[in-house]
Design a binder for this molecule. Structure first.
Ligand code: GLA
Length: 395
């Protein structure tokens, strides 16, 4: 009897684990890569994407975990008589580009819209979802960002004044592309981009999304980053392996962000279990920016397989303390000076507010140094800078 029960039990356990494995087949940890939009916007070319792929290898980014090379909007040309989408003249051969990217141990991402047109007015997938998914798969595409934009007109035309119906249409449109991608039998990361409408975190995973944008577009400014970050508080329960909240692509190295702001931005995205999709010109990145994007200790916080998103623990004036649970009982603690006053503020973490008592031993993830902190340890942080710690055995 016993010899029969044990194999049966093993079979039941195996069968029960199959759907979970399918859901986390891709994006078991937040996707990492690069996307063309934040720097190149509508000017991106095949040569830019190849240069980005090369730079991901030579900068050490690929080896630090950045795998996806994503072409955003404006690659599309026209459909032919059979309805098949072709890239425009700036992308002469998508399959050759995918081969180039794959040959470097990287993966290729692409962009489309459920509408007839994209945000930048290029051809979208409306009415061609299955055909487009097949075309992408035939090129060797591994990631798709699906951006609502042009579909909004269809929603308001078909259901004027009926917001409920419009929202249903939106969900259906996202599910439709999910099914189309599924039918290709290729592992493709599905990234929903509809700016957080209709509380997408509540249904994005069901619609097949591996990540969903939670807000409008990021800009390379402190105010934009900080307002996005503030909008993530409360969403932490919706993220997990295979399905992530996406506070948008990184602006590290872009605009006028200084290095403290770049560090704070990157630390926040790691605390938030966010996709780490760089958006700067990798072929011209400074060593200081490269060091931020490739900080393995911070990346490890983002990528912890447990996949529990962190959150804001408490605010004290212009100081914010964020925490994130890591594997094996460890804890990430990040202190941000969000004020604009240029003076360095002495600050003390109130450990009791984190459920901790007495001296805590950890690592400063930006200096790499071992640190011990207690309630009396002064923390001097310049405006917009961050202190990020990993406490191995919090108590
Ligand atoms: C929207 C998206 C951006 C980008 C542009 C492209 O604004 O949110 O991330 O993809 O469209 O047109």
């Amino acid at each position: 009897m016993r010899s029969f029960v044990l194999p049966m039990l093993a079979l039941v356990v195996l069968l029960a684990s199959i759907p979970a494995q399918a859901a986390t087949r891709v994006a078991a940890t937040p996707p990492m890569g690069w996307n063309s939009w934040n720097h190149f916007a509508g000017r991106v070319t095949d040569a830019d994407v190849r240069a980005a792929a090369d730079a991901m290898v030579s900068s050490g980014m690929r080896d630090a975990g950045y795998i996806y090379v994503n072409i955003d909007d404006t690659w599309q040309g026209k459909r032919d008589a059979q309805g098949r989408i072709h890239p425009n003249a700036r992308f002469p051969d998508m399959k050759a580009l995918a081969d180039y990217v794959h040959a470097r141990g990287l993966k290729l991402g692409i962009y489309s819209s459920p509408g007839p047109t994209t945000c930048a007015g290029y051809t979208g997938s409306y009415g061609h979802e299955v055909q487009d998914a097949k075309t992408y798969a035939s090129w060797g595409v591994d990631y798709i960002k699906y951006d609502l934009c042009g579909y909004r007109d269809i929603m308001s035309k078909e259901a004027p004044h009926d917001r409920m119906k419009q929202m249903r249409m939106m969900r259906d449109a996202y599910e439709k592309m999910h099914e189309a991608l599924d039918s290709t039998h290729r592992s493709i990361v599905y990234s929903l981009c509809q700016y957080g409408w209709d509380a997408v975190w509540e249904w994005g995973a069901k619609a097949g999304g591996n990540a969903w944008r939670t807000t409008g577009d990021i800009r390379a400014s402190w105010d934009s980053i900080y307002s996005i970050v503030s909008a993530q508080v409360g969403l932490e329960h919706y993220a997990g392996p295979g399905h992530w909240n996406d506070p948008d692509m990184l602006e590290v190295g872009n605009g006028n962000l200084d290095l403290a702001e770049d560090r704070a931005h990157f630390s926040w995205w790691a605390m938030l279990a966010a996709p780490l999709i760089a958006g700067n010109d990798l072929s011209k990145m400074t060593p200081a920016v490269r060091d931020i994007l490739t900080n393995r200790a911070v990346i490890a916080v983002d990528q912890v397989p447990l996949g529990k998103q962190g959150t804001r623990a408490y605010v004290d004036g212009q100081m914010e303390v964020w925490t994130r649970q890591l594997a094996g009982g460890a804890l990430a603690v990040a202190v941000f000076n969000v004020g604009s006053d240029r003076d360095v503020r002495p600050f003390h973490i109130d450990l009791a507010r984190l459920g901790l008592h007495g001296a805590q031993h950890g690592t400063d993830l930006w200096s790499g140094k071992a640190v011990t902190i207690d309630d009396a340890t002064p923390i001097g942080l310049a405006s917009h800078d961050v202190l990020m710690l990993r406490i191995a055995r919090p108590h």
